[in-house]
Design a protein around this ligand. Sequence first.
Ligand SMILES: NC(=O)c1ccc[n+]([C@@H]2O[C@H](COP(=O)([O-])OP(=O)(O)OC[C@H]3O[C@@H](n4cnc5c(N)ncnc54)[C@H](OP(=O)(O)O)[C@@H]3O)[C@@H](O)[C@H]2O)c1
Length: 279
Amino acid sequence: MTAPIPSLTLNNGVAIPQLGYGTYKLPPQDTRDLVLAAFEAGYRHVDTAQMYRNERQVGEAVAASGVPRDELFVTSKLNNAFHAYDEAHAAFDRSLDDLGLDHLDLFLIHWPLPAVGRFLEAWRALEEIYRSGRTRAIGVSNFQPHHLRRILDEGTVVPAVNQVEVHPWFGNEEVRAFDADHGIVTEAWSPLGRGRVLDDPTIARLAADHGRTPAQVVLRWHVQRGDVVFPKSATPSRIAENAEVFDFELSGDDMAAVTGLDRAERTGSHPDTENRTDR
Ligand SMILES: NC(=O)c1ccc[n+]([C@@H]2O[C@H](COP(=O)([O-])OP(=O)(O)OC[C@H]3O[C@@H](n4cnc5c(N)ncnc54)[C@H](OP(=O)(O)O)[C@@H]3O)[C@@H](O)[C@H]2O)c1
């Protein structure tokens, strides 16, 4: 039996399952069945985005699953093209339509796009959507502390989460510390470093020590640090494997060994220089 997936509590009291299923780059024709495989394996949290162009298939899986809506946690994110206030509202409405839902659990600004300079405008739209009850929480993604500072100073809702790149080769400690200091939960995207960290000899040694797989060791490290994770896999056996991380523990030395692998190596864009709006 797989141990149950625990929840964390967001700053507005909403519970979020600490492990979810990431859907970026899933093959579109397989997405519905893979999300269903994740539900079958015990996942109750799905991370999608307008830019992943798979909300419709994720929604089909939600509808077909038979899992009561209030047991699921569904996140989507605002497309970079729609930071303008009216467009952010319209884009959110399209997400609900595409997912076939009457509310989301979490809606995020996907990237701050500093050169565009409109994330405060988008945040105002998200605050209104939140107050209307059509999403249970709002947050941001890829925000550096200086971007978050502007939301904290000029907004009226403190983001519930900041979804940023974190994995053993990129600990992102400064952002995680800023989030923690402000009651913002860090969600670790690309928790497996897109699979690249799994061949690391230290991870392999810990996996052998614990009789676990490298992916389970890495996910367990994230969980013990208190972050939310949603590994992506298009392989049903790996989807199940990735959820089995709540029945063993890494020691303090094990944790330090993984944290010590940090080499400041991102797999994705830097939030200060990512300004593309064509996705
Ligand atoms: N907010 C953002 O800007 C942002 C950016 C990137 C990602 N994300 C979110 O974070 C989620 C996860 O990140 P990600 O998809 O970039 O990468 P990831 O979850 O770190 O890694 C996915 C890769 O690892 C492989 N993998 C998964 N489980 C494995 C296992 N048990 N053993 C061996 N290999 C395994 C997968 O292969 P197979 O699929 O072939 O099994 C895939 O190649 C995304 O799906 C998305 O929801 C958000």
